[in-house]
Design a protein around this ligand. Structure first.
Ligand SMILES: C[S@@+](CC[C@H](N)C(=O)[O-])C[C@H]1O[C@@H](n2cnc3c(N)ncnc32)[C@H](O)[C@@H]1O
Ligand SMILES: Nc1nc2[nH]cc(C(=O)O)c2c(=O)[nH]1
Ligand code: SF4
Ligand SMILES: [Mg+2]
Length: 207
């Protein structure tokens, strides 16, 4: 028997978990329980959660406990983020969350193999470690971070590889938002398949 293939993951490194409002993308405005897993080696220089990168700095929590704590809140939308959540196998966590009645959404760079049972997959591609064809083909939402004007052409390159139903969002990099939001608005008016995503949680000061 190959134990490596049959072993079930029972713990995951959790940096933080919090109940808030989804601030970005298609589900923006909905109450959501965020589970932020530790570990990311993608290395975005503008990442707004660099404390998540080292998985060893975050406690490994039993999936039982993660799900039990989430279930105490009234909302039944769980967002798995990180760090890069797909660096971990998410089959067990998402199976357990769905068994408790949660919708399971993921925020991912899409640069690791897909695992887990998902109601919604948001892929936010990164130059530093590109998304897999599998992630793009399964994306419900493509959310491209715009840091400078070259990123529009780069966004289109990824939009060519998602399904026809996939929602397309342009989101300004937070520090660059004052400069880049006006050209993003112009771009969307010319290319109306794209929509604007702002990180509203940062404007309304919630986590
Ligand atoms: C912190 S990441 C974690 C999930 C995954 N590693 C990823 O990048 O998709 C969550 C979301 O925040 C976005 N993000 C991170 N830093 C940002 C910033 N400085 N400005 C705007 N969006 C940012 C990411 O692109 C991603 O869509
Ligand atoms: N409120 C809120 N909405 C979010 N949407 C995606 C987030 C993330 O960091 O993955 C995030 C986050 O950190 N907070
Ligand atoms: S992939 Fe996500 S968590 Fe990792 S560095 Fe980039 S934005 Fe940060
Ligand atoms: Mg965030």
């Amino acid at each position: 028997m190959d134990f490596a293939q049959t072993s079930v993951i029972t713990t995951l490194p959790v940096m933080e978990a919090f109940y808030t409002i989804q601030g970005e993308g298609f589900h923006q405005g909905r109450a959501a329980y965020f589970i932020r897993l530790g570990g990311c080696n993608v290395g975005c220089f503008w990442c707004d959660v660099k404390e998540s990168w080292d998985a060893d700095k975050h406690p490994k929590i039993a999936i039982d406990e993660i799900v039990e704590t989430a279930s105490k809140e009234p909302g039944r939308l769980a967002v798995i983020t990180g760090g890069e959540p797909l660096m971990h196998n998410l089959d067990e966590l998402t199976y357990r969350l769905q068994s408790e009645g949660f919708e399971t959404n993921i925020e991912t760079s899409g640069s690791f193999p897909l695992s887990g049972h998902w109601n919604w997959i948001c892929v936010s591609p990164k130059k530093f470690r590109p998304p897999t064809d599998e992630a793009l083909a399964n994306a419900n939402e493509l959310k491209v971070i715009i840091y400078n004007k070259n990123d529009f052409a780069w966004a289109e390159k990824h939009a060519a590889n998602v399904s026809a139903e996939c929602k397309l969002y342009l989101q300004p990099e937070w520090e660059r938002a004052p400069i880049m939001t006006p050209p993003i608005i112009d771009y969307i008016k010319e290319n109306p398949r794209w929509e604007l995503s702002l990180q509203i949680h940062k404007y309304i000061n919630v986590p």
